[in-house]
Design a protein around this ligand. Structure first.
Ligand SMILES: Cc1cc2nc3c(=O)[nH]c(=O)nc-3n(C[C@H](O)[C@H](O)[C@H](O)COP(=O)(O)O)c2cc1C
Length: 466
């Protein structure tokens, strides 16, 4: 049985954590032959050399099944793998993938792996593949015998699935997008000036008419004072290589060689309001946008957008893309930014789009003046805890700068340091061992115990009003 493994790590298989999981499986499952293709590492060549691209497509066509093997990169696949997926669509190579059984094996620290797993299923099903399942391994799981068994069971089940040629109904609904035409010259009423700085980051090209119209409209709404950074006109030499040089002191191997860091530090970091603008390419923004996210890894796991107001402007079928919406909310919550709204052109009329853009600009300006940040939901709180535990534990080295930041800023906020709570809970747990006390506490005192401290605050406030 021929299995084609599409390696989504920017690193070649010998240097990739993820590919060691696949090389392990090859040893365990000699009945299948695993052909590992470093598609992310060689994506520039695949773009420029039609022969090399054709060779990859032939390997895919001639295989019995495909495994997308990739590391999590910023809640998704790496920008290099994203570009590979885009090339397939641009070059109309979908037939090579059609009806192939597919699975995904990914490694990560489980930070937002759910979005990447959903993304790769959506992409596979859009390509007409029969998607079996996705397996999310922790990056060091291979050291553990139980985890190795679990991984092997997953792979064996996949091979059975390939052998049996089982049919699976797709979970993904195809995207439907009938773009309206926005007028490039529409302008909102002029807004009063504000002392707050705005930057619009976009990847628009000449042909992205609606995106251009939306960013132009927003720029006017910010009194033409917003800076505009077009990712396609700044020099970015490549995607994140996963080399981790940045771990010690945030130094990136691209520093001084391209403009990414200088643009980030001079034009994006000082802004109070940041608008991200992009078009939908497959189930995310473009690979260019993904490159922008991935390269921000020079700042490791330390939030870099804290306190900023963020707006997102999207051209494409965004209202049908729940996974992307949630991914964005999760990312900005963990960044401790305030995600104000996400506006798309996915409407049958122009008016809701313009109203959405007007509201977005007004709310961003007003919230920036109030320094408002919405409370984090589960997404931000859970994300922080995954990072906190990783930086305190297994990732303390090599992420030295992260560790110092978390230590200094109170990021290691483990509940076992809440001595008052530990002490009071201890006493209450002792008391509940006495049956009469237990009865009294659970039937008469618990509810009032929860609301009494709040009542006090409300009553104090009333007193101030009077
Ligand atoms: C740029 C970058 C972004 C990453 N983003 C995530 C992430 O969003 N979630 C996560 O759990 N791990 C993330 N990681 C960790 C990698 O997924 C993990 O180290 C993986 O095992 C690396 O595999 P590889 O050696 O095959 O590239 C990221 C690593 C890098 C370098």
């Amino acid at each position: 049985m021929k299995i084609c493994v599409l390696n989504g790590s920017p690193k070649i298989k010998e240097n990739s954590v993820t590919m060691h999981y696949l090389m392990y499986l090859q040893k365990k499952l000699p009945e299948a032959s695993f052909n590992i293709l470093n598609v992310a590492n060689m994506v520039n060549r695949l773009e420029q050399d039609p022969g090399a691209y054709q060779e990859v497509m032939s390997s895919i066509s001639n295989s019995d099944g495909i495994i997308w093997g990739f590391p999590l990169y910023y809640l998704l696949v790496s920008s290099q793998m994203k570009r590979f997926i885009e090339l397939v669509a641009e070059r109309k190579s979908e037939p090579a993938f059609h009806a192939k059984p597919a699975a995904a094996i990914t490694t990560s620290i489980h930070f937002c792996d759910n979005y990447a797993l959903k993304y790769i299923r959506e992409v596979s099903e859009d390509l007409g593949m029969k998607f079996f399942d996705a397996y999310s391994a922790g990056m060091y799981d291979l050291n553990n015998a139980q985890e190795r068994d679990r991984l092997e069971a997953f792979a064996r089940n996949f091979l059975d699935f390939v052998k049996q040629g089982s049919a699976v109904p797709p979970q993904t609904l195809p995207l439907v997008y009938r773009p309206i035409e926005l007028d490039l010259s529409s302008k909102p009423a002029a807004n009063r000036p504000t002392g707050k700085k705005a930057v619009i980051i976009t990847d628009e090209r000449e042909e992205d008419r609606n995106l251009r119209a939306m960013t132009a409209y927003l720029k006017s709404a910010f009194g033409d004072q917003a800076d505009v950074v077009n990712l396609r006109s700044i020099k970015i030499n490549g995607g994140c290589l996963g080399c981790l040089h940045c771990g010690y002191d945030f130094t990136c191997v691209y520093d001084g060689k391209d403009e990414y860091r200088s643009v980030f530090e001079a034009r994006i970091s000082p802004a109070d309001m940041i608008i991200l603008a992009g078009s939908i390419h497959d189930r995310f923004f473009s690979a260019k946008w993904k490159q922008f996210f991935d390269r921000s890894f020079f700042h490791n796991h330390t939030p870099m957008l804290e306190g900023k107001q963020v707006g997102i402007v999207i051209s494409g079928p965004f209202r049908q893309m729940g996974n992307l919406r949630m991914l964005l909310q999760n990312y900005f919550e963990v960044q401790k930014a305030n995600l104000v709204d996400m506006v798309s052109d996915d409407y049958p009329e122009v008016e809701p789009v313009l109203a959405g853009l007007r509201n977005l600009a007004d709310r961003m300006r007003s919230l920036a003046e109030q320094n408002y940040r919405a409370p984090q939901t589960f997404l931000g709180i859970a994300g922080h805890k995954v990072f906190r535990d990783a930086i305190f534990g297994g990732l303390r080295f090599p992420f030295v700068r992260d560790y110092l930041h978390y230590k200094k800023s109170g990021g290691f906020d483990f509940p076992h340091r809440n001595w008052k709570n530990i002490f009071l809970s201890g006493i209450m747990m002792l008391l509940t061992r006495i049956p009469n006390m237990r009865e009294e506490i659970y039937t008469k005192r618990l509810i009032s115990g929860m609301t009494n401290p709040l009542k006090k605050i409300v009553e104090q406030e009333k007193a101030l009003d009077e």
